[in-house]
Write a protein that binds this ligand. Sequence first.
Ligand code: IPE
Ligand code: IPE
Ligand code: MG
Length: 243
Amino acid sequence: MVEVPETLRHVAIIMDGNGRWANARGSRRTRGHKEGVKSVRRVTTTLAESGLEYLTLYALSVENWVKRPRPEIEFLLMLLRRFLIQERRTIMDNNIRFRAIGRVHEFPDSVRKELDHLTEMSRDNDGMVLCLALNYGGRSEILDAVRSLATKVRDGDLEPDALDEKILRGELYDPDMPDVDLLIRTAGEMRISNFLLWQVSYGEIWVTQTFWPDFGERELEQALRSFGGRERKFGGLAQKVDA
Ligand code: IPE
Ligand code: IPE
Ligand code: MG
């Protein structure tokens, strides 16, 4: 269990450094991915037990999908499918609602079937939402939303002047997803890498040098504590400043 600050609803994690973790041990990158799955299980159950509302994990980007060697992608899909089957029990026992965002329609049927199965199976749970970002890109998400809105305008179902942020948000992959409060990135890179571009606008960022397979409860605690000590202003003035 970790202490989740009251104002923290949505944690999003860029799970990076699997390859470097493996390289440092003279192993293949695939071993790093395999080990990374254990961190996913650890972090998911800890945060679900701790009462977090929403957890999004960046598991595969649209860029990974086209730029990584095919065998690595195949391996990741195999791991994903296995995870979706093996974790059913953990998901249900922890009252977790599972969902996926991204262009998963490009995945093979065998993987999509398991995604649908777990989503369906867990839909009435009312604990934490675990959202996996798969073949996901923040730009693609906005682009897909814009395409859908443009279609509505063309069909006369939407006036361009009526379009506002709320309507656009309603077209994102998961319209119920709250804004990201805390964005965690492992393995030291100081970048967003096309993750949740719309939702992360005022997210607090926390980066650790630790590679994803080594990320555990102690570090999670550090990130949450850091978040708890920050003052968020959303463009306004600091609370303590006199008017
Ligand atoms: C993150 O680890 C997992 C995925 C992107 C699928 P990487 O595979 O990016 O690991 P590094 O960055 O090469 O160490
Ligand atoms: C971001 O990591 C994507 C995921 C963690 C799935 P990358 O390893 O793909 O990011 P870059 O290439 O270092 O920006
Ligand atoms: Mg990486």
